[in-house]
Design a protein around this ligand. Structure first.
Ligand code: ARG
Length: 588
């Protein structure tokens, strides 16, 4: 019995039975329970009910109150305003509930798991082969990773797919160049670093491009290579594989820096659907979902028109027979729905691709691959902006390399850690610096809702004041230090019989709400809701700590109970930050 019923759910149940005992027609009505400043909870649902029953809301509220038994859970309930219920929870219930969460030895803090989980295929962290990763790839990776953690925590079956850009015409040029300049990528696995791998690819790319633009005969040979590649010519494929492998060395080095687990088996790029493309086109054409137009296979939409008012189709197959991004995505949908048996397809992709996904999803719906039971969602994210509010670029106007950005964040964070450090070794400073720096970058991304643009401002990100990961990491480290300072034999123990101070109640009620926040953040694919919860948790802890001495509390039992509150707070911060992909060092 690891799962704990939250106070909100318990109160909700109490209210629901009181409501249906008052009026039979009130059975199943939502009491609209909310946390409130006036009491612990406020229920506003009686207003709507009174309207329906043509009753006086205050009178009806009075009748409901008469049927609520106060005691172990609800200490006090009163009617306020036009017919609201103000509910105060018994101190013992708050402490008791937290004690049950604390006792959950699975480390889940009593958070329940779905009884009948579905399967979600999540498409995230999808960089492109032979290209640098940029801030857009950062967002997809960071948001996607957190959504994976959240969904898995709620019990959902999650299949990860990294739809990397590993197919397309540019490979003809690269492969042809490598064929004419062999040994350029000859080295054993493990021999080059991620940085070296990327600079090899960059060098090859530039050289191939130069030749392609200046030498007509090379251009012809390169174009022939694309045909060989799509036809599956073994020698061509072997060279293509070299580019993919070299790129993976680079990707993995970046993901490692990001402190993120990406598994090779989950990397199924555009090329992975090559064998399905012709069939996808056939199915779409036979069902009439797609039609031939000027030689190309197209899908048209009522509401998608160009500036000239002419419909802009989704092109599934080009007139030269080539397949593009849309054909690959449509094939991936078939794979995810029919082979992976997904109920939900989630795409963590830049909002600038919204039209593409709108058309792809609608096409799949018309084809019957998506329906009411199997649906697709783009978790569209906004643009990363520079301090000037324009899309983030280097001074020279180039896109910023993700690695440079992460290194800078780690440098800044290390400086902050060093300044505060009292008893940390150089090695520890480097380790904490990385955890704080990467945490800062992730938190800045996750703490605003994904669809909004945000400014990449390292000064703000590593600031100790305000809504930053460093603030949360410090709160955690401070709690751990208090727990370490407890004298020999003094341990965190819950004492439900103790009366709680105002700051303790506020902290306790918020801690109990962790499960609901996680459920909501997972349901809505909204890590920012969890971030906001954790920030408030750290703030409530700070007020508690200011007002309620822990180790110097009035009595030994109060010391134990406050240490207990500290420990539940630490465990919740730790768990919550982990769901955002952020570490919580024991010392800072
Ligand atoms: N590789 C693409 C890019 O860098 C993102 C891929 C998104 N996923 C998809 N299934 N289309 O923009």
């Amino acid at each position: 019995m690891a799962s704990v019923t939250s106070l909100t759910d318990s109160v909700q149940q109490h209210l629901a039975s009181a409501l249906s005992a008052t009026r039979p027609e009130a059975a199943g009505a939502d009491p609209l329970l909310r946390r409130s400043d006036r009491a612990d909870f406020q229920a506003n649902g009686i207003l709507a009910l009174a309207k329906k029953a043509k009753a006086n809301p205050r009178e009806l509220a009075g009748e409901v109150v008469a049927r609520i038994t106060t005691g172990d859970l609800i200490k006090d309930v009163e009617v306020s305003g036009p017919g609201f219920l103000n509910i105060t929870i018994a101190d013992a219930a708050i402490t008791g509930n937290l004690a049950a969460r604390y006792a959950d030895d699975t480390g889940r803090l009593g958070v329940p798991q779905a009884a009948n989980p579905g399967t979600t295929v999540i498409d995230y962290a999808q960089p492109n082969v032979a290209k640098e990763m940029h801030v857009g790839h950062l967002r997809s990776a960071v948001i996607g990773d957190s959504v994976v953690q959240l969904l898995e925590f709620t019990g959902e079956n999650v299949v990860r797919r990294h739809h990397i850009g590993d197919w397309g015409t540019q490979f003809g040029m690269l492969i042809q160049y490598l064929d004419e300049h062999p040994h350029e990528l000859d080295h054993k696995a493990g021999e080059v670093t991620g940085e070296e791998a990327m600079s090899n690819l960059d060098r090859l790319y530039k050289a191939a491009r130069k030749l392609f633009d200046s030498d007509e005969e090379f251009k012809t040979r390169a174009r022939r290579r694309v045909v060989d590649l799509q036809a599956g010519d073994p020698a061509t494929l072997a060279m293509w594989q070299k580019f993919v492998d070299e790129s993976k060395i680079y990707f993995f080095s970046v993901f490692e820096k990001l402190d993120m687990e990406i598994r090779d088996a989950d990397i199924v790029g555009e090329s992975g659907y090559n064998d399905m493309l012709a069939e996808t086109c056939r199915l779409l054409e036979e069902s009439g979902v797609a039609v031939r137009s000027e030689g190309a296979l197209c899908v048209f939409f009522e509401d998608v028109k160009g500036p000239d008012g002419k419909p802009v189709p989704l092109i599934v197959q080009k007139s030269d027979g080539g397949y593009g991004y849309a054909a690959t995505d449509l094939s991936a949908i078939r794979d995810r729905v029919f082979n992976l048996k997904a109920n939900t397809l989630l795409y963590v992709v830049d909002a600038r691709q919204a039209l593409h996904f709108k058309m792809v999803f609608e096409t799949a719906r018309r084809a019957g691959w998506l329906n009411d039971d199997v649906h697709a969602v783009q978790l569209a994210f906004g643009t990363v902006l520079g301090k000037d509010g324009k899309p983030f670029k280097t001074r020279a106007g180039e896109t910023v390399r993700l690695v440079d950005l992460l290194d800078e964040a780690i440098d800044r964070a290390s400086a902050v850690v060093r300044e505060k450090a009292q008893d940390l070794s150089e090695e520890e400073i480097a380790e904490r610096g990385a955890q704080v720096g990467i945490g800062a970058v992730k938190y800045a991304d996750l703490s605003t809702s994904a669809n909004r643009d945000y400014k990449f401002d390292l000064d703000q990100m590593v600031s100790l004041n305000g809504d930053t990961s460093v603030y949360l990491q410090y709160a955690y480290a401070r709690i751990r230090s208090i727990l370490r300072k407890a004298p020999e034999g003094v341990r965190p123990v819950a004492h439900p019989e103790l009366e709680l101070a105002e700051a303790e109640r506020a902290l306790g009620l918020h801690l109990d709400g962790f499960a609901e926040t996680v459920a909501e953040a997972a349901r809505e694919f909204a890590p920012h809701k969890l971030a906001a919860y954790l920030y408030q948790l750290a703030s409530l802890y700070t007020s508690f700590y200011d007002k309620c001495p822990v180790l110097k509390a009035d009595s030994p039992v109060q010391v134990e109970n406050r240490l207990f509150l500290c420990d539940v707070t630490a465990a919740t911060l730790h768990r919550g930050m982990a769901l955002l992909g952020i570490r919580t060092p024991e010392r800072l």
